[in-house]
Design a protein around this ligand. Structure first.
Ligand SMILES: [Zn+2]
Length: 235
């Protein structure tokens, strides 16, 4: 134990025990060595040494007590530090899982798609301005869930074609439209990255793509591009 090393400040050594128990011959020899006294065997030298030994024992006892207090304090500190570290680790883990839950993924593997139409663009093709973000990719390309959620509908919806709606924990609806086929059904739990269907041309389209809509609180659509950015990924 490191703290006990301070005990070495006293002149104590293993022989002291023998000295104290009355090994006078050895004591006198030691006394002469320590003091350089020529009066080996004289009672004066012995009594002086005995007093020194007694003081040493007392000092050691006090030192031991101090050591124990120091050790207890050190152990208490270590326990407090460990508790603080554990609390920190737990909070970091919680934060990481929060972030992980809020991070979004791309609906189509990067490099496979290109964005063809953005939110708010207006065209004769739509009865109103564009309400989503279009990821164009070859028909049959897997579509991945953007975020964790529950499938709240999967079915044909006019201009949207084959549409799957995944509702996230915060109530946001993600719409995946114009699919060739569905791989999930209503009530199913999906994790970000799960393959939920495939890119197609069903509904009102000029070519195969997945039209993504983001509807906070199942209300009006917001710009999916900005929503992706807000959730840590640039489409
Ligand atoms: Zn679209």
């Amino acid at each position: 134990m490191a703290l006990a090393a301070t005990g070495a400040l006293t002149v104590g050594n293993p022989d002291d025990t023998q000295v104290a128990s009355g090994n006078l011959q050895k004591l006198s020899a030691q006394a002469s060595v320590f003091s350089g006294a020529s009066s080996v065997g004289s009672s004066g030298a012995l009594s002086g040494r005995e007093r020194a030994v007694s003081r040493d024992s007392q000092r050691e006892a006090m030192q031991d007590a101090a050591d124990q207090q120091l050790q207890a304090a050190a152990e208490r500190q270590a326990r407090q530090r460990n508790a603080a570290l554990q609390a920190l680790a737990a909070s970091a883990e919680k934060q990481a899982s929060l972030i992980a839950r809020n991070l979004w993924q791309l609906p189509v593997t990067r490099g496979v798609y290109h964005l063809t139409s953005r939110f708010g663009e207006c065209s004769l093709l739509w009865s109103h301005c564009h309400t989503g973000l279009d990821f164009a990719a070859p028909s049959g390309t897997p579509i991945h869930a953007i975020a964790n959620g529950v499938v709240t509908s999967a079915g044909y919806d006019g201009a949207y074609g084959n549409k799957t709606v995944v509702t996230l924990a915060d109530g946001t609806e993600i719409w995946y439209c114009h699919q060739t086929s569905y791989l999930v059904s209503s009530g199913q739990q999906v994790q970000a990255g799960d393959t939920i269907g495939s890119v197609g041309s069903t509904g009102n389209v000029t070519g195969p793509h997945v039209h993504i809509e983001v509807r906070p609180g199942a209300g009006d659509p917001v710009d999916p591009y900005a929503a992706f950015i807000a959730h840590g990924i640039t489409p």
